[in-house]
Design a protein around this ligand. Structure first.
Ligand code: SAM
Length: 287
């Protein structure tokens, strides 16, 4: 995809910029809009590795399982093979959920359009919560963990993977952030705040503060070299929730400049790149 094709993808479907002055409302709408746009090709471009979906934790026969930020159902589908009686996928983006609807079998599954920070579910109604690569978008992780605590029954479990802070040190991220600051000035701080991968320590701190007992906490880093064009393309797509907030001239400039800078920083083996994912498994042991 050329940079003009990329700009067309972002602008052709964007119904407009998000203009709320209230930061949390702004963030929620920008994320929803970004994923609505991206839904049509989500998962098609995978210079990022696919998320690992563990199969070894928590789900027992008859359980009600919730997948927070289920997206197109990529992280929900593996749960269908579990003995759960009901699998609920929740996501902010209707576009992503429409794709999930096409993917998931109709029996034992249901989808909810909703916000992880205000779960539209009753107290102690869920046995197990999963969430894959969704929570780094949330401005306030404390609220999410309190909500997960509220909806989980006593003895219930959660199993979360999310990108952690070290992912921001990748060369392509540094390039993107620097070019975006150059193009948008002070507004870049708000835009870049739409993706806030936490440290491993802060995840455990908010989980404990909500009342969870940690079962396992670890981070995995996977290093590789990538083609700079591909790295630029992949990051621009992944940050649609930011790019859709720019005007067409800014989008074109961003795409060109990120590509040029990525090429200039690559050597004959490509550009250094890595993923950094944190996995937390925890249990509600007291009510
Ligand atoms: C990178 S995708 C991951 C989707 C899926 N879990 C997977 O692994 O393929 C992140 C998803 O989180 C959703 N999301 C972001 N913020 C959310 C929120 N506050 N509440 C619910 N879903 C949210 C997005 O709409 C998007 O579908």
């Amino acid at each position: 995809m050329s940079s003009s094709q990329w700009t067309a993808l972002i602008t052709s479907t964007a119904p407009g910029y998000v203009t709320d002055t209230q930061p949390a409302a702004h963030a929620r709408k920008a994320i929803r809009l970004g994923y609505d746009i991206r839904a049509k090709d989500f998962g098609a471009n995978s210079s990022h590795q696919q998320p690992t979906v563990p199969k070894d934790f928590g789900v027992k026969s008859g359980d009600v399982v919730l997948d927070i930020g289920c997206g197109t159902g990529r992280s929900t589908v593996p749960l269908v093979a579990s003995p759960a009686s009901q699998i609920v996928g929740l996501d902010l983006s209707r576009g992503m959920l429409k794709r999930a609807l096409e993917t998931l079998p109709p029996t034992r599954t249901s989808l909810i359009e909703g916000d992880a920070e205000v779960l539209p579910l009753g107290d102690t109604s869920i046995d197990h919560i999963e969430s894959r690569r969704a929570l780094s978008h949330l401005p306030d992780q404390c609220t999410v963990f309190q909500e997960m605590w509220r909806v989980l029954r006593l003895g219930g479990t959660l199993d979360i993977t999310q990108f952690g802070d070290r992912i921001l040190g990748r060369p392509i991220e540094r390039i993107f952030r620097s070019v975006l600051r150059d193009i948008t000035g002070a507004r870049a701080t708000t835009l870049l705040g739409l993706f806030r991968p936490p440290s491993i320590g802060s995840i455990e701190a908010v989980s404990r503060a909500a009342g969870f007992e940690t079962v396992d906490l670890h981070a995995t880093t996977t290093h590789r070299r990538v083609d700079p064009e591909r790295a630029a393309h992949s990051l621009l797509l992944a940050t649609t929730y930011i790019c859709a907030q720019l005007d067409t001239a800014q989008q074109t400039s961003l795409a060109e400049r990120v590509r040029v800078a990525a090429k200039s920083q690559a050597d004959s083996d490509g550009l250094a790149d890595w993923t950094y994912e944190i996995r937390l498994r925890a249990r509600k042991t007291v009510s």
